[in-house]
Design a protein around this ligand. Structure first.
Ligand code: TYM
Length: 342
């Protein structure tokens, strides 16, 4: 069903795993654009808890982080009056469609995924779960259930979007037009923030080392310390550059660009009179602190009462289940399942 028979607003769906502490990379790659795009698109934002169990985890932490991530969606400006916020496991259609799609996914597609190769390499071979291999299929189910037209994500999710499109096309080819083919929506600035302690690596929320990332709930003091310690090169010139030797400074400039919305020319002119990287670091820390301050204030307000978040999540799941249920019913019919008698 491409929904072409009637006009509907274009849809987006996206999600964050409730694992680790959300970073400024998650904000710039995902949440910030969600908050902007929710006014143009009918939006579904889920906390993808079923994805967070594909690597070893602690159940108590998962439960707490699920609420924390939902609260951070709201604190970052997602408006529950216009967007649907829900927890993936509260809508069982996600697991069910994932199973159905698993049955038409060639194993070769999954073994080729860089995330599977990276994450499985970090574990003992015998402890790598089948869920880690099937991870992209669950993500495809998340997106396809809502017939999403666009998926706002950071640059690291490109390959996952490709496999989602391939799976949708394969399903449509095997069983008839059913799924909308979604596009990745990747921001121009801030799509791939690098780690402060190693600018060759992506900033990640599951990295434990102390000065790796700025987290959305870090104190101003911690933000300052992390940015001032950022690894840079031994030069002095403050300019955007694709040179891997200068990735640290480039990362600070890209952060500044994504946070302030200024053009690269304006930014380079602004730092032309700086005395060195120290000045750049101080200013990046200041704009980070300024960005995080209102988010943290809203977060504190929202989390005074768990019931508020839980009520919103219940409403979100009910709305999401309606949309997901309609797609799943169509998939059942297309795939030839006998309808259960009412
Ligand atoms: P996750 O939880 O790793 O990251 C959530 C979002 O943050 C973006 N991101 C970054 N953007 C810029 N710089 C960074 N350093 C950075 N680190 C993370 C990610 O690109 C992502 O947009 N597989 C997904 C979760 C998922 C999902 C979905 C996303 C499950 N189902 C359906 C979209 C649609 C993931 O692991 O994201």
């Amino acid at each position: 069903m491409s929904d072409s028979s009637f006009q509907r607003r274009k849809r987006v769906l996206s999600g964050v795993q409730p694992s680790g502490n959300l970073t400024i990379g998650n904000y710039l790659g995902a949440l910030k654009q969600w908050a902007r795009e929710q006014h143009r698109f009918e939006s579904f934002f889920c906390v993808v808890d079923l994805h967070a169990i594909t690597t070893p985890y602690d159940p108590a932490v998962l439960r707490a982080k699920t609420r924390e991530v939902a609260a951070l969606y709201l604190a970052s400006g997602i408006d529950p009056a216009i967007s649907t916020i829900f927890v993936q496991s509260h809508v069982p259609a996600h697991s069910e469609l994932a199973w159905l799609l698993n049955c038409i996914t060639p194993l070769g597609w999954l073994y080729r995924m860089t995330q599977f190769k990276d994450k499985s390499a970090k574990q003992q071979a015998e402890s790598v779960g089948a869920g880690l291999l099937a991870y992209p299929v669950l993500m495809a189910a998340d997106i396809l259930l809502y017939q999403a037209d666009a998926v706002p994500v950071g640059d690291d999710q490109r390959q996952h979007l490709e496999i989602t499109r391939d799976l949708a096309q394969r399903f449509n080819h095997l069983f008839g037009e059913t799924f909308t083919i979604p596009e990745a929506m990747i921001p121009l600035a801030g799509a791939r923030i690098r780690a402060f302690d190693d600018p060759t690596a992506k900033m990640s929320k599951s990295e434990a080392s102390e000065y790796h990332a700025v987290h959305l709930l870090d104190s101003p003091d911690k933000v300052k310390k992390t940015v001032l310690r950022a690894v840079t090169d031994s030069g002095r010139e403050i300019a955007f550059s694709g040179d891997p030797e200068r990735a640290g400074v480039n990362n600070l400039l890209e952060l500044y660009e994504a946070l302030t919305g200024q053009s690269r020319d304006v930014i380079e002119a602004h730092f032309a009179s700086a005395r060195g990287y120290g000045d750049l670091k101080k200013e990046v820390a200041a704009v980070l602190i300024e960005t995080l301050e209102p988010i943290q204030a809203r977060y504190r307000e929202l989390t005074r009462d768990d019931a508020y978040i839980d009520d919103l999540l219940a409403e979100g799941a009910a709305r999401a289940a309606e949309v997901a249920g309609a797609t799943l019913a169509l998939v059942h019919e297309r795939m030839g399942f006998l309808k259960a008698r009412a």
